[in-house]
Ligand binder design. Structure first.
Ligand code: ATP
Length: 220
């Protein structure tokens, strides 16, 4: 499949700072595609992330690296809209935009690592996310989806919306599922700090991204 947007099956939406994109992100997207039966996954690098400090690399560089990382997977596509937007990136606005282009019936699945899911109640208009998309949570080393760590309101949503992965294809939005991925304890923070210390980044991210980082002397 060369253009996931053209299909009718469930579309995974995977946003992140991707500063830089690494194998943890790519494995999450690929595992979600397989485990949840997604037709494709749209990677969306954040422009100006509202929840965190200014990224180490510009939006243009992070977008270029995401494109290089996704290039050899026909199920992945990269959406430049958040990087190109003048205002801060809010997921709710991105999902509203995508609903406008994909129509009301196509399942959309917002893909999150556990750490991002636990922080959901700090996101703008977060309870409205479920009107627009399902949410699927991947495990991540050092973070567990321990219900005691959920805020009361998020726990209520989990209890009401919890569904098996197969259920996500049967409705356009509103469920919460989880899936397991091979744990990869890779983080962009660690990659940036290795780069700053002149250490090797090999085998943490795809070779074309590695080349890009060294060519543009990012994070050093
Ligand atoms: P940083 O270290 O700069 O905070 P990060 O590596 O956590 O970055 P983000 O771009 O912040 O990457 O994360 C985007 C999404 O990918 C989040 O939902 C996060 O939970 C998930 N994610 C990142 N790395 C992994 C990993 N190794 N395993 C599973 N999920 C991951």
């Amino acid at each position: 499949m060369s253009c996931p947007e053209a299909g009718t099956g469930a579309l995974g939406i995977f946003g992140g700072t991707f500063d830089p994109i690494h194998y943890g992100h790519l494995r999450l997207a690929e595992t979600a595609r397989e485990a949840l039966g997604l037709e494709g996954v749209r990677l969306i690098p954040a422009g100006q992330p509202p929840h965190r400090a200014t990224p180490g690399a510009s939006g243009a560089h992070r977008l270029a690296m995401a494109r290089l990382a996704a290039a050899d997977n026909p199920s992945f596509e990269v959406d430049p809209a958040e990087v190109e937007a003048a205002q801060a990136s809010f997921t709710i606005l991105t999902l509203e935009r995508l609903r406008g282009t994909l129509g009301t019936d196509r399942p959309m699945v917002l893909l999150l690592g556990v750490d991002a899911f636990l922080g959901l109640p700090t996101w703008r208009r977060w309870t409205e996310l479920f009107d627009l998309a399902h949410v699927a949570v991947a495990n991540r080393p050092d973070y567990t989806l321990d219900e005691s760590r959920l805020s009361d309101e998020l726990r209520r949503h989990v209890e009401q919306r919890r569904a098996a992965p197969e259920a996500l294809n049967k409705a356009a939005a509103g469920k919460i599922a989880s899936f397991s991925m091979t744990p990869l304890a890779i983080s962009a923070t660690d990659i940036r700090s290795r780069a700053a210390n002149g250490q090797s980044l090999r085998y943490l991210l795809p070779p074309p991204v590695l080349d890009y980082i060294s060519r543009h002397q990012l994070y050093s």
